[in-house]
Design a protein around this ligand. Sequence first.
Ligand SMILES: *Cc1c(COP(=O)(O)O)cnc(C)c1O
Length: 405
Amino acid sequence: MVRLPIYMDNNATTRTDPRVLEAMIPYFTERYGNSASRNHSFGWEAEEAVELAREQIGSLIGATAKEIIFTSGATESNNLAIKGVASMYKKKGNHIITAETEHKAVLDPCKRLERDGCEITFLPVDKEGRVSPEQVASAIKEKTILVSLMAGNNEIGTLHPLKEIGKICKEKGVLFHTDATQAAGKAPVDVEECGIDLLSLSAHKMYGPKGIGALSVRRKDPRVRLDALIDGGGHERGMRSGTLPVPSIVGFGMAAEIARKEMEAETARLQALRERLHRGISSRLGDVYLNGHPEFRLPGNLNLSFAFVEGEALMMGIKDVAVSSGSACTSASLEPSYVLKALGVGDELAHSSIRFGLGRFNTVEEVDHVIEDVVRAVNHLRDMSPLYEMHKQGIDLKTVQWAAH
Ligand SMILES: *Cc1c(COP(=O)(O)O)cnc(C)c1O
């Protein structure tokens, strides 16, 4: 028997790994110093722990410890990278390139800059959610200061060709930022190999605590400079002031270390679980469509559209399973997901999509339970759908003349 409810929404957040929590506890109970206190052992101890975490996090992404700037999470990291570059490099230019499928934590800072006089290019994506290096190359112009493209997409799992895009940015002398919040620890991302100048991370997407993230800021070739968003005290080389949350940072470091050591095995295990889930569902149900790229995608992400079924209704039908639908993402509104829209998925299929986010703590038994639940719920909902009945009879719904309302 599996324990219910089943958590399968690991693209939204992850459970803190018990090993991470264990590493954090002493920094609440005994080693509670302020890492900026220079004149006693409590401060030194805290500082040492923070420096170890910087190294652990840097190692995961090929950066040095000194390049890691701690923030409150990836939302702040993205804001700091994008607004910090726009402000610091405004004499050089005011043009930024990003894509339509980015997380709101990239799109919204870009839109604010647009209102403040920057020019933003929102690149379209192909039907699997990818931006091509050629698209980036032809969008770059004299005034371009930054390209911001995510490593792995949070909804559809698609991975962008970072290495090729980074190469183009280097050739053209444009800074390259990537939001690696979803990809870090799940797919190899290396700032050297991919020519990344700025990289955003969040601990809670990789089995660490919530409320702590980082921005990796390149220190040479080129040395990237940023205008701070938060002033006071000059912590984090002046780029982000504020007392460091040492226990969270220790947890983040441990999470990065575990991810680096276990990524290969974990990727293989998650891919197998995802295949099992995908095959289990699509071998028993017709009219199921995969959203995103079949190959270049995050190992734990499976985004499926179930034709003739409302995603929200399906979620109610599998209420012991925590997943996300393609319409609920934008807060209270039932707008279909802008990411699915950008792929060219029609409104109907976008509304019928479900994101399964498999993670470290999911088991084969859970996957099998979810398959049964989904198959039962989809069949039930389709049995009640007159449209599905017509479809089964071979009527092409596109040719049906509906009576006017
Ligand atoms: C979750 C997420 C964010 C926001 O991260 P927080 O640490 O919660 O602020 C940004 N980008 C992507 C791709 C995400 O998945």
